[in-house]
Design a protein around this ligand. Structure first.
Ligand code: AMP
Length: 282
């Protein structure tokens, strides 16, 4: 496994691969890798000739300095996991490499980032899109892998790739969950045992709402039932709970047959913010 921390050395290596017509796949991550990330890596190794995983805790997508500070980091552990999964290239840039003059450019995704994560984390998607664009330019992958765990991010990245004509394909990978349903996340490591026991209630709530919608409840009724369920766990501080069209991210007032739907949730368990979603078509 080759490890590069500067774009120059990475570019020299990858341009040779490109000259040999090798298909390059990229998995962008912020490290502290868990089995969810490794699903993306497995897919990337399977579909590309040269699999690249980037590890960079991107400061521009954090709107809370304490969250950035406490974000888990484990480079040695990450490298061991990537090696074990057959990843060929790891890119570990520094802030100096990514933002030598500090971040200046911002990106706006209109309706897509004015709801849910975008509404509650101002500037988050601008930061994500900036770092992802830069990684796309540095790596020039033929395909890039993103998890459905961050559904709104996936929708926005696909829109950006389309609108800015990035010459690559986005491949989405389903959410990896713990046996009790909790979506895997680097932040789960920070849950105390009490909150870890409560955390699967987020997924339970999503499933309950999905079930209501499948039984003809309208979105408002279904959400109300979900909120009532969550109300039994006052330690879980809900930030948002939404039923949206999976692609426009708009709230449907009444659901049409075959409409792709996403139920998305964000909540704080103590100071740990978790997100989850389910996608389905009625
Ligand atoms: P992060 O390191 O949190 O920025 O995540 C890097 C990539 O891994 C993103 O595309 C995430 O959506 C994806 N990812 C994180 N957790 C999961 C999960 N539980 N299942 C599937 N993909 C995930």
């Amino acid at each position: 496994m080759q490890i590069f921390s500067t774009p120059e050395s990475l570019k020299v290596f990858l341009s040779k691969q490109r000259q040999q017509d090798k298909a390059i796949g990229l998995v962008p991550t912020m490290g502290a890798l868990h089995a969810g990330h490794l699903e993306l890596v497995k897919k990337c190794v399977e579909l590309s000739d040269v699999s690249v995983c980037s590890i960079y805790v991107n400061p521009t997508q954090f709107n809370d300095a304490a969250d950035l500070e406490s974000y888990p980091r484990d480079l040695e552990g990450d490298l061991a996991k990537l090696r074990a999964h057959g990843c060929q290239v790891v890119f570990t840039p520094t802030d100096q490499v990514m933002y030598p003059e500090g971040p200046i450019t911002t990106l706006d995704f209109g309706k897509l980032d004015s709801v849910m994560e975008g509404l509650h984390r101002p500037g988050h998607f601008s930061g994500v899109a900036l770092v992802v664009s830069k990684l796309f330019h540095l790596v020039q992958p033929h395909m890039a892998f993103f998890g459905a765990k961050d559904w709104q991010q996936l929708v926005i990245i696909k829109q950006m790739v389309h609108d800015l004509a990035f010459p690559l394909k986005i491949i989405d990978v389903p959410i990896a969950r713990e046996p009790d349903g909790l979506a895997m996340s680097s932040r789960n490591l920070r849950l105390t045992p009490k909150y870890r026991t409560l955390a699967p209630q987020l997924f339970r709530t999503l499933e309950l709402i999905k079930n209501q919608l499948e039984h003809q409840a309208d979105p408002d009724e279904a959400i109300a039932i979900g909120m009532k369920h969550l109300g039994q766990f006052p330690e879980i501080k809900l930030e948002y709970l939404e039923v949206v069209n999976s692609f426009s991210l708009e709230r449907p007032s009444n659901i049409k047959a075959n409409e792709p739907l996403s139920i998305c949730i964000a909540a704080f368990l103590a100071e740990i913010r978790l997100i989850d979603n389910v996608n389905f078509t009625l």
